[in-house]
Design a protein around this ligand. Structure first.
Ligand code: KOT
Length: 832
């Protein structure tokens, strides 16, 4: 081998400070094309990312080769969203070279923080569902599981949120503007995806009826691969995202006609498929482009999965033994009809065999019971966009209902509920029912949510298939959400119990004893204080507001949604403000209310709540009569990077959704793991968090899901009565409705007041207000006793081990996917 090439080859792998530094300089000059004097922070970020990427490529290929050689069963996680965030610290940390990189940069006169901060946030998701997918990728790779993520490479991620005059304004999020050093374009991995056209019936070679989809438009799906570095760097998995490309022969006819501009226009239109992420969290749009996005990435992924399978196999009966496909909600559920089409139409399998294979391959995760989020596409739209799939869905439905009818002795109401087609009003395809029927396992994301699935949306299906529904309580990756986001606490933990917790979070239970150790408590507080200072500086930079580091940092960060009840928190804020003004001589526990979260651009009520928080902040923060005892901040543009700064600094974690409405929550887990005490309802995973941290170490309030259900069913809830009987609630609401926070437009908050009163208060904000205030008081009271507070905070951290996404993913692997760890062979000259 050429000696120069060889030395460079070794350089690409070295992990010591000198090697990294030389490698940075080489990348800077020869790939970024700058010298050190001219390089910007962004140039350095690209340089470092490319040099780090070099260090994973060999191990990535080893991993992929090992899966191939062992013909291992793979799991394919199909998700319309992957909310990844930044990758530089994550990659360095999982490779174990954070310090080396910092020193190498130091020798070049650069600060690691500056370089890290130049990376844009990969925001290819809205909230919990997308972030869960990203945590699962980290956990699968860290467990050595052969897991692939499949999704869309959106050119524009979730919009950037700014506040203008207190209102949310959306700006495009151009994360790819300066290139993405982590991805590898695969122009040769290209699959055709069809839309529209019509179905032709014909006779196959043995004279049976067969179908082909003709006259369709074609778009190409091109792959971009991002390596997913597992902890320790042994396993490097792949996230494959599809980008839409026009076919080369696109409207060739137009060229012959001389209609060149028209052809180019068509090309641009077809490439819109992967242009932008829909910004709705837990609500559906019903837009045709969204349906096309769903089919686009699902079809490309299935073609890729079958291609990989066929490298080792000639028939399909073993597909379920070699591939598990997990549907992240119903967004990829059209894949059930697509796999049937591929097996029956293209590979000539018999229907019943294809159906058995399909069902054994797919599993489905439901993430919400909110009716407005359950996908139901108009039959007319599917007929037009995916005509062959509509036929297949009808066929699945007919066979299923026929079988069921035989046993259902005439219960037509039940049959119509089980049907894949909703016949009430405009006929629609119920994607949840399709996903349920086409999967061998269906799961909810917390114990409570799974029980409610059995009792509500899937009650009839559960009766029909009692073994299909199972629970997989969500989790979070301790690498990103403790080790990386909270170095102060992580280092403290590691000095006391070693670093085993990073890959086995159950070991963090060894901290339980330390809750009674006065020295450890002092150090725990010191770490929290450091994080609070970091957040205070961030708040000052972002909002200009100065907050007291010694105040309670009371944090509610999540998407803006009525069911998450930011309004309940705002009402408490106003009530507390009034109490402080009324009693200026009392020595109050200072409180900083921290909010952050985006509202869907078309969700007017959520946007009005944002404006209200900003208006309340303006009044409270400038009122000298409360001194500095109360501050309210709403941080703009909440994303993964902001979460990494906010969460480690929280004292109190707000998880206050109306019971029965939050499927799980995962922010609740991140905050408790970082030593925040939860104030919350018995909703989603809060129920299990209480079981793990202990009822004495959490502030639970409010109605239970059952009580909510009964109250709603009784139809007897009257918010007016509740308000009249609670003077502090009445006063807070009166202030909102008379314009105390909006003197420039006194009617501004009429819709909010209306919803909470004559509107019937669907989310039961007023019903839970008094008990919420009681829980808040208990929290403030406890905060006066720093030793007791810290003891409970430590017990939260120590008792959250079960909520690692490693645990979650292992449960899926064992109970749903039947996949097993593979240990890649790194016999080459890999590192370590
Ligand atoms: C559902 C349909 C469309 C768009 C988004 C959703 C969605 C998002 N459904 N659930 N989520 C959240 O998922 C998280 C992960 O499971 C849960 O923790 C959270 O409670 C859900 O609201």
């Amino acid at each position: 081998m050429d000696a120069r090439y060889k030395s460079r080859d070794i350089e690409r792998r070295s992990l010591d400070v000198d090697g990294l530094k030389r490698s940075f300089l080489e990348w800077l000059v020869y790939s970024v094309g700058k010298d050190a004097r001219a390089a910007t922070r962004r140039d350095w970020f690209h340089t470092v990312a490319l040099a780090v990427r070099d260090r994973v490529v060999d191990r990535w290929m080893d991993t992929t080769r090992s899966y191939y050689q062992e013909d291992a069963k793979r799991v394919y996680y199909l998700s319309l969203e992957f909310l990844i965030g930044r990758l530089l610290t994550n990659s360095l940390s999982n490779l174990g070279i954070v310090d080396e990189c910092r020193q190498a940069l130091d020798r070049l006169g650069l600060s690691m923080e500056d370089v890290v901060d130049a990376e844009p946030d990969a925001a290819l998701g809205n909230g919990g569902l997308g972030r869960l997918a990203a945590c699962f990728l980290d956990s699968m790779a860290s467990q050595g599981l052969p897991g692939y993520g499949y999704g869309i490479r959106y050119e524009f991620g979730l919009f950037e949120q700014r506040f203008e005059n207190g209102w949310q304004v959306e700006y495009p999020e151009q994360w790819l503007q300066f290139g993405n050093p982590w991805e590898f374009a695969r122009p040769e991995v290209l699959y055709p995806v069809q839309f529209y056209g019509r179905v032709e019936e014909f006779r196959d070679s043995v004279g049976d009826r067969a179908y082909r989809w003709v006259d369709a438009d074609r778009v190409l799906a091109m792959a971009y691969d991002t390596p997913v570095v597992g902890y320790g760097g042994d396993t490097i998995n792949t996230l494959r995202l599809w980008s839409a490309r026009a076919t080369r022969d696109f409207n060739f006819g137009h060229f012959n006609d001389g209609a060149y501009m028209k052809a180019v226009e068509q090309k641009i239109l077809s490439e819109n498929l992967s242009r932008v992420l829909y910004p709705n969290d837990a609500t559906e749009t019903g837009k045709e482009l969204r349906l096309k996005q769903e089919y686009f990435f699902t079809s490309a992924s299935l073609q890729d999965i079958l291609r990989r399978y066929l490298q080792h196999h000639t028939t399909f009966e073993n597909l379920p033994n070699k591939a598990a496909i997990q549907l992240n909600d119903t967004h990829p559920a059209i894949g059930i009809a697509e796999l049937m089409r591929l097996l029956v139409d293209q590979h000539a399998l018999r229907w019943d065999d294809a159906w058995e294979i399909t069902r054994a391959t797919f599993a489905y995760t439901n993430h919400t019971l909110l009716p407005e989020a359950l996908e139901a596409w108009p039959v007319r739209m599917i007929e037009r966009v995916l005509p062959r799939h509509m036929q297949i869905i009808y066929e699945i439905n007919a066979k299923f209902l026929n079988r069921t009818k035989a046993r259902a002795d005439g219960d037509n109401a039940r049959l119509s509920r089980l049907s894949l087609i909703d016949e009430r009003g405009e006929r629609r395809v119920r994607m949840g029912n399709l996903a349920f029927l086409g999967s061998h396992k269906v799961n909810g994301v917390s114990a409570l949510h799974t029980e409610l699935m059995k009792q509500t949306v899937f009650a009839d299906f559960h009766e029909e298939f009692p073994d299909r529904i199972n629970n997989k309580t969500n989790g979070i990756t301790p690498r990103r959400w403790l080790k990386q986001a909270n170095p102060a606490l992580s280092e403290l933990i590691t000095t006391r119990i070693g670093e085993g917790w990073i890959s086995d979070l159950s070991q963090i239970a060894a901290l339980r004893d330390k809750a009674d150790d006065v020295v450890f408590r002092e150090e725990f507080r010191r770490a929290k204080r450091k994080n609070k200072k970091r957040l205070a500086a961030y708040i000052a930079r972002q909002t200009g507001e100065e907050v007291l580091v010694d105040s309670i940092f009371d944090v509610q960060v999540k998407r803006m949604h009525e069911y998450k009840r930011q309004l309940l928190n705002v009402l408490h804020t106003i009530a507390l403000y009034n109490e402080m003004r009324d009693n200026p001589t009392v020595s109050w526990v200072p409180v900083t209310k921290v909010f952050a979260g985006k509202a869907a651009p078309s969700y007017h009520m959520a946007k009005l709540i944002i404006k209200l928080i900003n208006d309340v902040a303006k009044v409270v923060n400038h009122d000298p009569s409360v001194h500095d005892n109360l501050k309210v901040v709403l941080l703009p543009n909440y994303n993964v990077t902001a979460a990494e700064i906010i969460i480690p600094a929280a004292d109190l974690s707000e998880q206050i959704s109306t019971a029965g409405m939050e499927a799980s929550g995962t922010g609740n887990m991140k905050l408790a793991l970082n030593g925040a005490l939860t104030i919350g309802t018995l909703d989603g995973a809060n129920v299990e968090i209480r079981e793990h941290v202990g009822p004495d170490n959490i502030f639970i309030f409010g109605m239970t899901a059952e009580e909510v259900n009964d109250l709603r069913a009784s139809g007897g809830f009257n918010p007016r009565e509740v308000i009249a009987s609670n003077p502090s609630l009445k006063r807070a609401l009166d202030m909102i409705s008379t314009g105390a926070f909006s003197p420039d437009d006194r009617n501004r908050y009429h819709p909010i007041v209306q919803a909470l009163t004559d509107g019937g208060d669907h989310f039961l904000v007023t019903a839970d207000f008094a008990d919420y205030c009681r829980a808040q008081e208990a929290a403030m009271h406890l905060y006066r006793d720093p030793e007791e507070w810290t003891r409970k905070a430590i017990l939260n951290t120590a008792n959250m081990g079960w909520f690692s996404s490693d645990r979650t993913v292992n449960e899926y692997a064992g109970e749903v996917w039947d996949v097993h760890p593979v240990h890649p062979n790194h016999d080459g000259e890999g590192f370590r």
